[in-house]
Every structure is written in C-alpha cells, then in structure tokens.
Design a protein around this ligand. Structure first.
Ligand SMILES: [Fe+2]
Ligand SMILES: [Fe+2]
Length: 156
C-alpha cells in the first residue's frame, strides 16, 4: 500500500481503496467459509464480492484507467489489469462452490487479487498524481458516479 505519495488524500482514490478493502475482506471471508465447509456462506460472500467488484471495475475502467491509458507510457500497464478484471468476473459468474476444483480456483483468485490491487495502489494510483490533470480527474469522478448511482464519494 502506498502511504507516501499522498494519493490516498485524493477522494476518488480513497474510494477505490475502500472498495479494495471491502472486496479483500469478502474474499477472505469466502475462503474461511470454504475452510469450514460452509458452502452457503462461501456462496453469499462470493456473490457480495462479485457485486462490489462490478461497480468497482466500472468505476476504474471508465475512470482512472481510461484517463491514464491516454498516456502511452501506461497503456501496457493497464491492459493486463483489465484482463484480470475479466478473468475474475468469469470465475465469479460460473463458480460452483461445491466443486473442489473451483474451490482451488477461488483460493488462487483471492491471492491474485491481492497482487492485482498492489499494482493499482502501489503503481497506477501514485502515478496518476503526476499524470492526470483537472479535466482527467473530473472525468474519472464522473465515471465513478455513473458506476455508483446515488452514492457520494467518502467525505474528507
Ligand atoms: Fe482493478
Ligand atoms: Fe481496483
């Protein structure tokens, strides 16, 4: 987690990070439910995770990703992040928590999601501070609002 550059002071980034924390918690809960053999709880946690990720990804991809990808220095950094979103979405849409192989895939996906989040929080988000201008931030915030109808950014 980047604690140095000040990117966490930006309201939009604070929201992205809060969403990461909720998703990480839900993923941890799902894995612990699998450990206990509580498939019903695992199913619920994964469904909540999929729901949280759906709006999170929409906000990222149409917001900070799109704005950052205009700088070709970051295009190759962002493409795999989007691919990883799609891979996790596919897994969550098709997972059968009663299937032992799917349980292995879920455990692996939760670990990989930590790495994915690091690439955003320690890489892309800090870089956005020196790359994006006011109009870019306005566009990114608008994308977040569209992805979270009726919600407000976290207060200062
Ligand atoms: Fe992401
Ligand atoms: Fe993210």
């Amino acid at each position: 987690m980047c604690h140095y550059c000040g990117c966490r002071q930006i309201p939009l980034i604070r929201d992205y990070v809060a969403e990461h924390e909720r998703v990480t918690d839900l993923g941890g809960d799902a894995v612990r439910a699998l450990d206990r053999g509580d498939l019903e709880s695992a199913r619920e946690k994964l469904a909540a995770m999929a729901e949280e990720l759906r709006s999170h990804w929409q906000g990222e991809e149409n917001g900070i990703f799109r704005a950052m990808a205009r700088d070709e220095q970051y295009t190759d950094y962002i493409a795999p992040l989007v691919r990883e979103h799609r891979e996790v979405a596919e897994l969550l849409a098709t997972v059968d928590v009663a299937d032992a192989r799917d349980q292995v895939r879920i455990r692996a996906a939760v670990v990989e999601l930590h790495e994915h989040i690091s690439k955003e929080e320690d890489g892309l988000f800090p870089a956005s501070l020196t790359t994006l201008g006011g109009a870019d931030w306005d566009e990114a915030i608008e994308a977040w609002r569209e992805a979270h109808p009726g919600a407000s950014l976290l207060p200062d």
